[in-house]
Ligand binder design. Structure first.
Ligand SMILES: N[C@@H](CCC(=O)N[C@@H](CS)C(=O)NCC(=O)O)C(=O)O
Length: 201
């Protein structure tokens, strides 16, 4: 199994962490879709990472679909609950975390434009989305994990989103307003799967 990913992609990191937590061996192919020589569009017409290629040559994207595929391999531990309704709730939290990423990426892309072409209103709009999502997540976190008694895809997706904010939007200082998320990430981020996939500095 091959995973095509860039080392900074938080969506790809979510999948790398799932693979590590499940102890599924895979080959990591590092490829940035922003480079001209990229082979990503040949694998995913949308030109985005991550892309997972099975040994039989079938490709899967985007990251929620890959997460579903990995779970369908029935390789314990289960990171998406087997009960359908619990699985929907885990996927809802994943969608919220991925939405934080979508907003953070859009805000970050604005900063790459020349100063006179930046749309401050767009950055503010994306930051508002992020803050509302963080408020929701802070309220939802009432125990050690987002759902159930052990780590799930929901926790991994939220952890990737929070660390991506640290990487691309440190000015948001989210820890100052969300103490439960702060404590949650302090523990989660110490797991080998998180340490081993942290983007290069
Ligand atoms: N919804 C997708 C998002 C993937 C995504 O946007 N990946 C970024 C890297 S962080 C990318 O490949 N961007 C290239 C582009 O948008 O052209 C997923 O969950 O896999």
């Amino acid at each position: 199994m091959k995973l095509t990913a860039s080392l900074t992609s938080p969506y790809a990191r979510k999948i790398r962490i799932l693979l590590a937590e499940k102890h599924i061996p895979f080959e990591l192919v590092v490829d940035s879709p922003w480079e001209t020589a990229t082979s990503v569009p040949a694998l995913n017409p949308l030109g985005k990472v991550p892309v997972l290629e099975t040994d039989e040559g079938e490709t899967f994207f985007d990251s929620p679909v890959i997460a579903g595929f990995l779970e369908a391999l029935d390789h314990p531990p289960h990171l998406i609950p087997q009960d359908n309704m619990s699985a929907v709730r885990v996927r809802q939290t994943e969608a919220l975390a991925d939405g934080i990423l979508d907003a953070a990426v859009l805000a970050y892309l604005e900063t790459l434009r020349p100063a006179e072409a930046r749309m401050a209103s767009n950055v503010a709009r994306q930051h508002d989305k992020i803050e509302r999502a963080l408020i929701r997540l802070e309220a939802q976190l009432t125990g050690d994990w987002f759902h159930g008694e052990r780590i799930s895809l929901a926790d991994i997706a939220v952890g990737c989103a929070l660390e991506y904010l640290d990487l691309r939007a440190p000015e948001l200082k989210w820890r100052e307003r969300h103490p439960r998320l702060k404590a949650f990430l302090a523990k989660l981020g110490a797991r080998d799967s998180f340490v081993d996939t942290r983007p290069p500095g």
